[in-house]
Design a protein around this ligand. Structure first.
Ligand code: DGY
Length: 322
C-alpha cells in the first residue's frame, strides 16, 4: 500500500509531482494555511506531512499523531514552528531544506540593505507624491556602502553568503558568531567581534541566526541603544528575534537610522501596522526564498525528505535531535 501523506499547501509542481508519484497524497487546496484543527485530524490518519512555517506544530498536535505517523517535512530551513523536542521524543522525524535558499535569502538581505541605504522606497513615494520637481543637491541623501562596516549576526550559510556580497561592495565585515573560529573566518575577510562591539561599530547590522530561546528578543531596546544613530538594521531571519515595539521607538526617535525587514511579528503584518508608516523602515512580506528556482528546489527537497521518511529510509536533510 502507498504511504498516505498530507501536504499543507499547494507547493511548486517540481515537488508535488514527486509526492504524488510516490504517495497517496491529499493537498490542502486553499491559499490560506489549514486551521490547527485540520492538522490535528490529519496527523491521526497519515504517515507524514509536508508542512510550511505557517503550520503550528506544537506538543499537543504531536501528541495527537497516530503511531503510524513518521515525519514532518518542512518546506523551509527554519523550523521554529515545530516543537522539535516533542517530535523527537515520539520518534517522529523532522526534515528541512537547508542550502538551497542560501543565495536567495542573502540576495534579499542585500536588496533590503541597498534599498534602505539609498532610500529606494522613499524615492518612489517622493515621485508618487509629486515632489520630484528638479534634480536636488540635498534631497534623498543616503548612505554609502563602500568603506562602511557591515555587522553580521550569525555566520551560518546565509551569513557567509551575505559577507561574500558585501566584499564585492568594498565593505568592512565584522561578525558575531560564537561557534566560529577567528582564523577560519579571517580567510573570508571577516573579523569576529562580541555582540556589543558589533552593535557599536556597524553601519549596517544584518541578522542571520535561527529563532530559539537564546535569540528571541536578542535585538531589544538595550541592543538598539548600542547601535549608531545612523545604523540600519536588516532582518531576514525571524521577526521575534527583534523586539518590534523597541524597534519602532528606536526608528521613530532616531536611536538608529532605520530598518529593513523581510520578517515581522506577527506575520502577516496588518496593513495599518505602525511599522509600515515610518519613512525610515522598509518592510517586505517574508519573500527571502521567493524566487522560482529556489522554491522549486525547496519543494523538491521537502518532497524527497517526506518520501524517504514515510518509507522508513534515512532522510536527505534531517533535523537531528539536539
Ligand atoms: C526559511 O526557509 O526558513 C525561510 O524563512 C522561508 O522563506
Amino acid at each position: 500500500m502507498r504511504p498516505k501523506v498530507f501536504v499543507s499547501r499547494i507547493i511548486p509542481e517540481a515537488g508535488l509531482k514527486l509526492v504524488r508519484e510516490a504517495c497517496d497524497a491529499e493537498v490542502w487546496p486553499d491559499v490560506m494555511p489549514p486551521p490547527y484543527e485540520v492538522l490535528t485530524e490529519k496527523v491521526k490518519m497519515v504517515d507524514g506531512m509536508l508542512c510550511t512555517l505557517n503550520d503550528r506544530i506544537d506538543a499537543a498536535l504531536i501528541e495527537a499523531a497516530g503511531s503510524q505517523f513518521k515525519i514532518f517535512s518542512q518546506m523551509a530551513v527554519g523550523y521554529d514552528n515545530i516543537n522539535a523536542k516533542a517530535a523527537h521524543a515520539r520518534g517522529i522525524l523532522i526534515g528541512n531544506t537547508p542550502g538551497v535558499l542560501t543565495d536567495a535569502t542573502a540576495d534579499i538581505a542585500f536588496a533590503l540593505l541597498l534599498a534602505a541605504a539609498r532610500r529606494i522606497v522613499e524615492g518612489m513615494e517622493y515621485i508618487r507624491e509629486g515632489k520630484w520637481r528638479t534634480w536636488e543637491p540635498l534631497a534623498l541623501l543616503g548612505a554609502d556602502l563602500s568603506g562602511a562596516t557591515l555587522g553580521i549576526i550569525g555566520l551560518g550559510r546565509i551569513g557567509e553568503a551575505v559577507a561574500r556580497r558585501a566584499k564585492g561592495f568594498d565593505m568592512r565585515i565584522i561578525a558575531y558568531s560564537p561557534s566560529k573560529k577567528a582564523e577560519d573566518v579571517a580567510k573570508l575577510g571577516i573579523e569576529l567581534v562580541s555582540l556589543d562591539e558589533l552593535l557599536q561599530q556597524s553601519d549596517f547590522v544584518s541578522i542571520h541566526v535561527p529563532l530559539n530561546d537564546q535569540t528571541r528578543g536578542m535585538i531589544n531596546a538595550d541592543a538598539l541603544g548600542k547601535m549608531k544613530p545612523t545604523a540600519i538594521l536588516i532582518n531576514t531571519a525571524r521577526g521575534p528575534i527583534v523586539d518590534q515595539e523597541a524597534l519602532i521607538e528606536a526608528a521613530k526617535n532616531g536611536t538608529i537610522g532605520g530598518a529593513a525587514l523581510d520578517v515581522t511579528t506577527p506575520e502577516p503584518l496588518p496593513s495599518d501596522h505602525p511599522l509600515l508608516y515610518l519613512p525610515n523602515v522598509t518592510v517586505v512580506p517574508h519573500i527571502g526564498s521567493a524566487s522560482q528556482r529556489t522554491r522549486d528546489k525547496m519543494a523538491t527537497m521537502a518532497a524527497e525528505n517526506l518520501i524517504a521518511g514515510v518509507n522508513g529510509q534515512p532522510i536527505p536533510n534531517q533535523v537531528k535531535p539536539s
